[in-house]
Design a protein around this ligand. Structure first.
Ligand code: NAD
Length: 476
């Protein structure tokens, strides 16, 4: 779907490398077993084709998975020397690298993200995360968080980075000596099930990792299970709140990584071309399905016209379409529900008086698609400036002084990330001191590294994942 006035030859990645079963059971105690609940289908959001059928784990299935995790914790994993746990994690990391093409293609199929991103961003980071925490497994005494694991961790993840969120959850938990029951999101369960096969291939002791597929009810059963010692959740603020309520007054530990509404702040001395690239990456990477997406652009008034013109030029060159095409920049929206949410909030933006713009863009007939979209004339009270859209939609506001930029950037219930674009180092530090955000990127955006902690202020959640800090969530 070339938008730039000339056509490219398609360059599709072969999907022959992925060998899908028609139906998958639950991964409990090292084996795939049938669930007692009903089955549901995982589809490709780009074509609506059914990829495979998976089981919806019932409360009884969750109970079996927690029992398997408890057994493995007490009999094998808790007391295994850290260097041996590390060997398993290194083995898993290497298998992920060996099978990364297969994993990337499957991630792109099931999630709708461009293969270029799955291949060049998600998979290298997934492997890096396992390598990084493998290295910590025998050095916990030096991390400053104690050395005792918590026990069985229940982990619930969203659909935007299915494998990467799995890695963020499983790698530190296992390195610290915990065992896990992980529930992937209902629309993207398939790479977690392929990861289960990798655990088998790595001869990880049965029960150390258990994967239960299902939707909210399965997640709820995991949260409420009395045999779970810790809940780690990434997803919406609304579900995060209900989890915090459910575990209040129990001994369960909890970490929550929730939504965001990040500001990307461009000063008039910024290198405009680089800033525009960073703004585009900040909101259109992964179709904007990113909790730390730079969904609010704050531009200093003197460069507003220049930045807007440059952004529009750049958007007109983005290619929307087949996620498996190696030239695709923006893939499919993950589900019909998410597409409906993006449409609704965008329509509200227009109704509230903001001006909407998208480049001319032909969208495929089947599947779930939304064009890259800008809103100008946005005021702070507009819902598009306050609520997380979780899609390829950017709201543009202006400011005059650094103090005003800080005030506007912080005027949100969230606080996950921010980006600052300026030539002045002193201004960068001044801004970083005042922005209430877990991560502040300087002249870049959406940079991730397993050694760096990630997490939020306010309604973006609590706890940190990644780095030495991330070990604290799994040790007592
Ligand atoms: P969600 O919070 O409903 O789902 C996240 C995970 O929680 C999924 O695995 C889901 O099955 C599970 N879940 C749902 N209800 C549960 C419950 N009551 N108890 C336990 N687990 C439960 O998020 P969503 O529906 O996928 O997306 C809704 C909105 O959340 C998005 O529009 C976006 O704004 C936000 N979101 C944020 C992130 C993030 O990384 N911070 C990720 C995905 C979605």
């Amino acid at each position: 779907m070339g938008m730039s006035g000339f056509e490219y030859a398609p360059a599709p990645e072969s999907r022959a490398v992925v060998d899908l079963d028609p139906s998958y059971g639950l991964f409990i105690g090292g084996e795939f077993t049938d669930g007692t609940g009903s089955a549901f289908k995982s589809i490709s959001p780009a074509t609506e084709e059914v990829l495979a059928e998976v089981h919806e784990a019932s409360a009884a299935d969750v109970d079996r998975a927690v029992a398997a995790a408890r057994h493995a914790y007490e009999r094998v994993w808790r007391d295994m020397p850290g260097r041996d746990r590390g060997k398993y994690l290194f083995r898993i990391a290497r298998l992920i690298q060996e099978r990364s093409r297969e994993l990337a293609v499957l991630e792109s199929l099931d999630n709708g993200k461009p293969i270029r991103e799955a291949r060049d961003v998600d998979l290298p980071l997934v492997a890096a995360h396992f390598f990084y925490y493998a290295g910590w497994a025998d050095k916990l005494a030096y991390a400053g968080h104690g050395t005792q694991p918590l026990g069985v961790a229940g982990q619930i993840i969203p659909w935007n980075f299915p494998l990467l969120m799995l890695a963020w959850k499983i790698a530190p938990a296992l390195a610290c000596g915990n065992t896990v029951v992980l529930k992937p999101a209902e629309t993207t369960p398939l790479t977690a099930l392929l990861f289960a096969q990798i655990c088998q291939q790595a001869e990880l002791p049965p029960g150390v990792v258990n994967i239960v597929t299902g939707a909210g009810a399965t997640g709820r059963a995991l949260v409420e299970h009395p045999g779970v010692d810790k809940i780690a959740f990434t997803g919406s603020t609304e579900v995060g709140r209900s989890i915090a309520r459910a575990v209040a007054g129990t001994p369960k530990r909890v970490t929550l990584e929730l939504g965001g509404k990040a500001a990307n702040i461009v000063f008039d001395d910024a290198p405009i071309d680089q800033a525009v690239e960073g703004v585009v990456n900040g909101i259109f990477f992964n179709q904007g399905h990113v909790c730390c997406a730079g969904s609010r652009l704050l531009v200093q008034e003197p460069v507003y016209d220049e930045v807007l013109a440059s952004l529009k030029r750049r958007l007109a060159t983005l290619r929307v379409g087949d996620p498996l095409d190696k030239n695709t920049d923006i893939g499919a929206i993950n589900s019909a529900e998410q597409l409906a949410r993006i449409r609704e909030l965008s329509d509200i933006g227009e109704a509230e008086g903001a001006e909407r713009w998208s480049p001319p863009c032909e969208l495929p007939d089947r599947g779930f698609w939304f064009p890259p979209t800008l809103f100008t004339g946005v005021s702070q009270s507009h819902r598009i400036a306050r609520e997380e859209i979780f899609g390829p939609v950017l709201s543009i506001l202006t400011f005059r002084t650094p103090a005003e930029a800080v005030e506007k950037a912080n005027n949100t219930p969230y606080g996950l990330s921010a980006g600052v674009w300026t030539e002045k180092g002193s201004r960068m530090l001044w801004m970083a001191d005042r922005l209430r955000a877990g991560v502040v990127w300087a002249n870049t955006f959406n940079r991730f590294d397993p050694t760096s902690p990630f997490g939020g202020y306010k309604e973006s959640g609590y706890g940190r994942e990644g780095g030495r800090h991330g070990l604290g969530a799994y040790l007592r």
